[in-house]
Design a protein around this ligand. Sequence first.
Ligand code: DAH
Length: 340
Amino acid sequence: MNEIFDKANAVLAEIQSSAPNNAEELEQFRIKYIGSKGILKDLFGFMGKLPNEQKKEYGQLMNTLKAAAEAKLEELKITFENGKPSATEIPDLTAPGYNFPLGTRHPLSIIKNRIIEIFGHIGFTVADGPEIEDDWHNFTALNTPKDHPARDMQDTFFITPDKEWMLRTQTSSVQIRKMESEKPPMRYIFPGRVYRNETISARAHCTFHQVEGLYIDENVSFVDLKQTMLYFAQEMFGKNTDIRFRPSFFPFTEPSAEMDISCFVCGQKGCPVCKYTGWVEIGGCGMVDPAVLENCKVDTKKYSGFAFGMGIERITMLKYQINDLRLFFENDVRFLKHFN
Ligand code: DAH
């Protein structure tokens, strides 16, 4: 009766090696092996002819055969059903590739980077400080003690009831931090975000950006300040740009000045950007008040210095002739993609 075993084993090998290529061939495979008139049915039929002691072994072999045929049928059925592309799924190989849109830099970042680059050429390096500041660094050390009227110029977001902690109103606070932690000479710019309790409009926002500059060394004079500002203005706004200083007041500089640049939009003929004056204001500056140097334990007999502060939004609005500050914070990509 061994030839029955041999036959069944041969069929098992056949099942295992058979490879239907498509749904049609798979159906033929099904009919051939497990259909109602299939080979497996015939082979099961031999069971009755076997002696009892071989029945168990033969039964197990037949179960293996059946399981092998069914597994192959199931597996290939799934493959052929899933793999069969419907008419709409067939990819159009001639279609152009997908386009991955690239973002653009925010205009404030472009101008901030340009400012850093310009001052970098004349030896200024970048430093920063915390946006949550204490009274000493934001005001008192900057020669603006409590109850000084100059505090009213900057409507402050205090974050503790005793008004000891606040969101910094100016990047001038980083001047103090640097002078406290390092010895002169030093030449820094401090770009950063500042906060003031302002009603949001086309010209004001409660969050904006400044860049502060500080230069402390022996024999630094107002001449150095003027030349540094002229260099910056011409690099930023064009070689023909002129600058003008108007006397002003800041508690931390003495003397203090407001700096204007000649209007590069109209060439000083008069236009809405310069309000027909020929000049546009870009920031404040002055010689660091000796009281500030003393607060930071800088030897005022040996060292002097200048400082300046400019609004990055203001410079960006001038440079790109943007007339509404709110556009910077709305994140409308139609606006943002103008600045490549
Ligand atoms: N911190 C001033 C402000 O926010 C700007 C400023 C003016 C900074 C004059 C300076 C300076 O360093 O010398 O209004």
